[in-house]
Design a protein around this ligand. Sequence first.
Ligand code: GUN
Length: 298
Amino acid sequence: MEKVMNSPLILDGKKISEKIRGELRSNISEASREAGREPGLAVILVGSDPASEIYVRNKIKACEKVGIRSFSYKLAEGIRTEEIIELISELNAKEEVDGILVQLPLPPHIDQKEVISAISPSKDVDGFHPENMGRLLGGIEEGFVPCTPLGIDILLGEYGIELKGMDVTVVGAGFIVGRPLSALLLRRNATVTVCHIHTKDLAKFTSQADMVISATGVPHLIKSDMVREGAVVIDVGISRIGGKIVGDVEFESVSKKASAITPVPGGVGPMTVTALLMNTFKAFRIRTGIQSTSTINP
Ligand code: GUN
């Protein structure tokens, strides 16, 4: 990739998402005609965390736009783990539901592990079930890859950024992004370093990397002196500071050194939702036996 000094390639997740969702819409319409029904996604939201409410609303809206039917379940904050599992059991058995998503985080009294494990792995479009996480770590192609790692992988692929042999430093080892992303990068034959809250010298690992992917939720954690000249920088963070959405990366300064960088908003965020739509369509195709005509398959 050629680098023009001080003007990095902007990895435009919004634009790529629009392109993929357009293609998905026509593929879904054709497949729905063949199957006699639309793909269906059940979305479970527990409590009323404002950020989660926005994310869920965006996911449901995105489903409607591509022809995926959504089934929305808003559960009271005080609900018990067993009651959520009961609902999931019903959804597992429901023919018209292809995917089940439980928005995280769950309230602290809920056993998240039990809830996620109750989802049928074949409907686990978030890819969080131990069976799907295990497949990912085992390098097994079948199953579902969590949406943010999958979205990042697709975004890099669209821009022709080859992960094979790259030194990638992942900052953040969380369940939703850092851990599954590290496994996916390894599957792509990158050399992966995972940093986390106990890492003694973060800059030591970020500054030697060909690619830095930050998923911590710490605003402006990654500064320009922590990034190598010409590095690819992927920002997964979404934080709100005084009504403004900012990422983990100090975009202003880091973009002067990076060869390619994702903006916040408009980078990884839309790709996560696109990956969810793709995973839901994939679950539908597997369950109905309809072949894919798409060029991009998760
Ligand atoms: N909370 C933050 N990101 C995600 C995600 O990708 N899926 C779910 N279910 N919850 C989330």
